[in-house]
Design a protein around this ligand. Structure first.
Ligand code: NI
Length: 185
């Protein structure tokens, strides 16, 4: 099942998402649907709140970016109840986009390395370190579980310059080839 992508302005994107129960009967179908929705919309990551589900899970498949960054080859993973334990290293800029904010791409500053703990689809626990683009994608998706979108991380000036564009997105004035849910529809 393909979910609608919730647009900037929908309240679910601003919530702190809830932990997932190990016995959640919908977990495996949700994982499948998140992947399906992400592939359909040509994303490399998708967090459940972007599908209107306020739960702490995101999926990543960075294969489309592996041509430019070989490290990303095979980087396909689901993160359940993740916790970023530590972020360190120098901040670096990368031009990010988000399926919930179509048409906007901005340079976002993030720290270079992270340590993250999480559960996989079988509820095995992991603690791992990531850097480079892998860390970047995780940090972006993790933000969604905390009610944060990437434009929140821009300077006040950049944010002001994007205000109209963000308002237009929240009013449904977008041109995308995937189904979206807007505030009030
Ligand atoms: Ni996003």
């Amino acid at each position: 099942m393909i979910y609608k992508i919730y647009a900037y302005g929908t309240p679910v994107l601003r919530k702190i998402a809830d932990e997932i129960d190990q016995d959640d009967p919908e977990l495996s179908s949700m994982i499948e649907n998140l992947y399906e929705t992400m592939y359909k919309s040509d994303g490399v990551g998708l967090a459940a709140p972007q599908a209107g589900i306020s739960k702490r899970i995101f999926v990543i498949d960075a294969e489309p970016m592996a041509e430019d960054d070989k490290e990303l080859h095979g980087f396909k993973k689901v993160f359940i109840n993740p916790v970023i334990e530590d972020e360190r290293g120098e901040e670096w800029l990368y031009n990010e986009g988000c399926l919930s904010l179509p048409g906007i791409r901005e340079d976002v500053k993030r720290k270079a390395e992270i340590t993250i703990s999480y559960y996989d689809e079988n509820f095995n626990f992991f603690e791992e370190k990531y850097d480079g683009m892998k860390a970047r994608i995780i940090q972006h998706e993790y933000d969604h579980l905390e009610g944060i979108v990437f434009t929140d991380r821009l300077s006040p000036l950049r944010k002001r310059m994007l205000k109209k564009q963000l308002l237009a997105i929240s009013k449904g004035k977008v041109d995308v080839n995937y189904k979206m849910k807007f505030p009030g529809n």
